[in-house]
Design a protein. Structure first.
Length: 147
């Protein structure tokens, strides 16, 4: 299966969103995003190149992170207050899309999100990319306030 730069960009955005979601779920510092992103994205690219099905991506992400960091071995139950705090940094539209994604029982792709909201795939990518930037910025701002 071949892919172009749009496919890779989309996979990168999904990987970073997935990493941030897991870090928020586990109440970890968002400065770890780049470290875990490299692991998750590289693994996803290798799996795609090998033709491995990525049906259970979130569990794979948690397993990879647990291998790399023993600190993440505790329960990954959702902490609603942390999620609510992160979502408060988003615009209404970003919050709406993010809440819908979080409410899904299985991981969703850009096509599913776009068809649900009746928008283009590029719009979904832009919304999620901007959401990630806002949450990262908010996380760094909160860390600075705590110092």
């Amino acid at each position: 299966m071949s892919c172009d730069s749009y496919d890779l960009a989309g996979e990168a955005q999904l990987a970073v969103y997935q990493v941030i979601s897991v870090l928020i779920d586990q109440n970890k510092d968002l400065s770890l995003t780049s470290k875990y992103f490299r692991i998750v994205f590289r693994t996803r690219c290798i799996q795609m190149a090998a033709g491995v099905a990525l049906a259970n991506e979130q569990q794979a992400t948690v397993a990879i992170q647990k291998e790399q960091s023993p600190d993440l071995n505790e329960s990954s139950d959702l902490d609603e207050s942390v999620i609510a705090e992160a979502l408060s940094a988003l615009t209404d539209r970003q919050r709406q899309v993010s809440q819908w994604i979080l409410s899904q029982p299985n991981p969703v792709n850009f096509n599913t999100i776009a068809s649900h909201f009746g928008i283009h795939i590029q719009s979904v990518r832009r919304i999620l990319s901007n959401s990630i930037r806002r949450i990262e910025g908010y996380g760094h701002q909160r860390i600075c306030e705590n110092l």
